[in-house]
Design a protein around this ligand. Structure first.
Ligand SMILES: O=C(O)CCC(=O)C(=O)O
Length: 285
C-alpha cells in the first residue's frame, strides 16, 4: 500500500512510481503471456505492427481479453488498493493495451494527455503502466511533465482536426521514468507524457490497464472511444447512479478520419490506412 505522502505526490505531480511492485515471477508470467498471445499458431492476430519493421509487433490490443494473466494483473488486489487511494473506492476497469517498444524500432509516442482521446465528465481516470522490462532513456522510457495535469486539457489538434498530440511542450520540465522490471507508474489522465524511439537492443514491454472512478462517464462516443464501453467492469465498490461533472470546456477528439491507435493518429497514417482488421479485433488507443 502507498503512504499519505505518495497520495499527495500524485495529486501534486500527476503521477506516482512504485518500484518493483510486481515480483520477478509475476513479470515472468507476464512475458510468458505475451509469447502465448503472439504465438503464430493462434488464429487471432489482435496486434499492430511497426511500420519501419513489419515483422515487429508494436501494440497488442485489449490484452485483458486475450489472456487470463493480463486480466488477473489488471484486477490485482494490491494494485486496486493503490488506485483506490488515488481515485476513490468505486473503480471501473476502462480498457487495456500492451506496448511492445521493440529493440531498435519501438515507435515514438508524442506528447499527449490521455484524457484528450476519451473525455469524461470528470478527470478521475488513470492508467497503470506495468513495466515488464527495465525502462531506461536508451530503450525509450516514459517522460512526464510533473504538474501538467493541473493546467487542464491542451489542444491536440493539427489544422483543425484531432491528431492526438500537443506541439508546444516545455521539455526542460520533463522527468524520465527510469525503473526496474515489475515497477508500476500510476499516471493521471491529464498528465502530459511522451516516449522516444527505442534506440537500444533491449525491448521495453509495458502493459497498460486503465481505470476510472465509477462516477466518471464518457462524453464522447466516436469510434476509437466507444468501442471500449462494452468492456467496462466494476472492479471495486459500487456503480454510480449519478455523474460527477467538473466545470469547464471539454475539447472533443474529432479526427479527420477514424484511427486504430495513438501511433497512427500521431503519425497521420490513419489518413490512408484500411482499418477493417482493427475494427474486428477490438483495438484501443
Ligand atoms: O508506452 C509508451 O511509451 C507510451 C504509452 C502511451 O502514452 C500510450 O500508449 O497512450
Amino acid at each position: 500500500m502507498i503512504s499519505a505522502q505518495d497520495v499527495l505526490f500524485y495529486q501534486n505531480k500527476g503521477y506516482l512510481v512504485v518500484p518493483r511492485f510486481f515480483s520477478d515471477d509475476e513479470v515472468a508470467r507476464g512475458l510468458q503471456a505475451i509469447a502465448e498471445v503472439l504465438d503464430p499458431s493462434r488464429a487471432e492476430r489482435a496486434y499492430e505492427m511497426e511500420p519501419r519493421d513489419p515483422q515487429t509487433v508494436r501494440r497488442i490490443w485489449s490484452p485483458t481479453q486475450k489472456h487470463a494473466t493480463f486480466s488477473d494483473l489488471a484486477s490485482h488486489p494490491g494494485l486496486l488498493d493503490v488506485i483506490e487511494a488515488l481515485i476513490g473506492p468505486n473503480i471501473l476497469f476502462h480498457y487495456s493495451k500492451l506496448n511492445m517498444k521493440g529493440p531498435k524500432v519501438g515507435s515514438v509516442v508524442e506528447w499527449h494527455q490521455d484524457f484528450s482521446y476519451y473525455p469524461h465528465t470528470n478527470s478521475d481516470l488513470l492508467t497503470a503502466l506495468i513495466f515488464f522490462d527495465a525502462a531506461t532513456e536508451e530503450n525509450g522510457c516514459l517522460r512526464v511533465i510533473p504538474g501538467s495535469h493541473r493546467r487542464g486539457l491542451c489542444s491536440h489538434e493539427v489544422d483543425g482536426y484531432f491528431r492526438g498530440k500537443v506541439s508546444e511542450v516545455d521539455e526542460s520540465q520533463a522527468v524520465s521514468i527510469e525503473v526496474p522490471p515489475g515497477s508500476v507508474l500510476f499516471l493521471h489522465c491529464l498528465t502530459l507524457h511522451a516516449s522516444a524511439r527505442n534506440g537500444s537492443s533491449l525491448p521495453r514491454r509495458t502493459f497498460l490497464p486503465a481505470y476510472r472512478a465509477a462516477d466518471a462517464f464518457p462524453i464522447y462516443f466516436g469510434p476509437h472511444a466507444a468501442h471500449n464501453e462494452p468492456g467496462i467492469r466494476l472492479l471495486r465498490g459500487q456503480r454510480s447512479r449519478s455523474a460527477r461533472v467538473e466545470a469547464g470546456l471539454h475539447l472533443l477528439p474529432l479526427a479527420e478520419r477514424e484511427f486504430g491507435s495513438i501511433y497512427e493518429v500521431q503519425e497521420g497514417s490513419h489518413l490512408t490506412k484500411d482499418l477493417t482488421a482493427m475494427k474486428t479485433a477490438g483495438y484501443a488507443v
